[in-house]
Design a protein. Structure first.
Length: 269
């Protein structure tokens, strides 16, 4: 049994900011690594033969390799074709999303956003999705179910509505975008360890999140220049001042187009 982890940072317990006091980020990446380790330990104790961990925040070089479970394989750095799900394929039995956050626009969600601060909304086949849902659809392409999600109570609600069978661990309760009532890091790690073990016991109940193909992708972008630049990509049309749309054969094609839109926008040419 192979288990895949995609690890973000905003949903980790006691992470409520990434850039205020000196040391905030360094502490956050230490707790991020410890929460990943809790899930990796439980996966190996539950019979996993291989655990692949994708560092999936920002630069994608946050997890501390020296502190990471020594038997995990670490996917780090970018660019990479499957972004937050790089390294996943159909040989895995389960995917875990650790340290995740709710979608852009979620009231009070701790650091709620969708990929960048420039995305208002993202939809696949008309379904509004955050990073958890979009990445679950990538896993679904390979027939892999998302078995565990950890993060604040707002991502818990988001995932519960979309993938109700998923095992979920609440690491903190959101008060505002930069405030939460948190579990301590150790308590959060313990709950993730227990949740990961439960998720793998309940694996037969888990379902891959699959979308009818071809897949319609729509994204609403905050700055008008982004929708203007994105519309230059063949197959992408601008259907509103800030909205781009396209249809892809499958999730692999959708991810390629989505990365093109994001990467094109950063150049601002
Ligand atoms: Zn992140």
């Amino acid at each position: 049994m192979k288990v895949y982890l995609s690890v973000d940072i905003e949903g980790v317990a006691c992470v409520t900011t990434l850039k205020q006091e000196p040391g905030d980020y360094e502490r956050a990446r230490k707790w991020m690594t410890a929460e990943a380790n809790a899930a990796i330990e439980a996966a190996y104790e539950s019979g996993a033969t291989e655990v692949v961990v994708a560092d999936s925040h920002g630069s994608m070089r946050n997890l501390l390799p020296d502190e990471l479970h020594e038997d995990a394989l670490l996917v780090q750095g970018s660019p990479r074709p499957l972004t937050m799900m790089e390294g996943l394929d159909g040989s895995f039995s389960a995917a875990f999303l650790i340290g995740y956050h709710s979608m852009s626009g979620t009231a009070n969600g701790v650091m709620a956003h969708t990929y960048t601060g420039m995305v208002y909304a993202l939809r696949l086949n008309g379904i509004p999705l955050g990073e958890s849902g979009f990445n679950a659809a990538i896993a679904g392409h390979f027939g892999v179910p998302v078995a565990l999600v950890s993060g604040d109570d707002t991502v818990d609600a988001e995932v519960g509505a979309l993938l109700p069978w998923t095992e979920r661990v609440v690491t903190k309760w959101a008060i505002s975008a930069w405030s939460a009532r948190n579990l301590t890091p150790k308590a959060s790690q313990r709950r993730i360890r227990e949740g990961a073990a439960r998720a793998l016991r309940r694996l037969p109940e888990m379902k891959p999140f699959t979308l009818e193909q071809p897949i319609r992708f729509e994204v609403e972008l905050a700055p008008p220049y982004l929708s203007q630049i994105g519309a230059d990509i063949p197959g992408v049309e601008r259907i509103g001042g800030r909205t781009l749309a396209c249809t892809g054969a499958d999730m692999l094609e959708i991810v390629r187009i989505w990365r093109l839109i994001l990467n094109a926008g950063q150049g601002r040419i």
